[in-house]
Design a protein around this ligand. Sequence first.
Ligand code: MHO
Length: 217
Amino acid sequence: MSPLLHDVDVETKKATFALACFWEPDAIYGAQKGVIRTRVGYCGGEKENPTYKDLGDHTETIDIDYDPNEVTYSELLDLFWKSHDPTAKTTVQYMSIIFYHDQEQKKLAEEKLREEVKKHSDPILTKVLPATTFYDAEDYHQKYRLQQHPSLMKAVNLEPGPKVKSSHLAARLNGYVVGKGGVAQFDAEVKKLGLDEGTAKIVRELLVKNEGRQLVC
Ligand code: MHO
């Protein structure tokens, strides 16, 4: 059997998005093909070293490392638009923002934003901004959905801490346990992820039970 796939050593690019409470996007992107790692945190503001309790002018944000050979930035943007309501009036904490890392990302983001504007009658509140310092959120926010299953965490050699942020397997399971990614994709990668049959069965059951559900924070 393959070892548990915590570390994936491929060249990645970054995508950084804010789309309301970061727990759900962490799960959605974690299960997206081509996404290698995710971490949630605070971005966009001036306050140094923000915390969840003292966020200042920052917004809850997800930072993604993706393999550009497996998924395009454009596809990640499509998922962004499809996964939240960009017309919702929110506090700064839950704003809709695309943080671009280079001019190509900026161009694509602005193009998609123009397309989106045509599809909605209400104003789109999404901002397209240059990526600024990203501050990791506290450990208990990372892969929050997966962390609600301590025995599953244990079964795959994870405990709350930095490994939860860097682990590919953690990103994947965090999506699958709340019904993201689909059974076909999960079954196709069970072996590669290094899951034993018992663990795979538990994850598959959660996936099937939760498919189509959208959790509120
Ligand atoms: N209702 C949640 C929001 C969490 S979120 C990461 C809470 O009470 O903390 O903003």
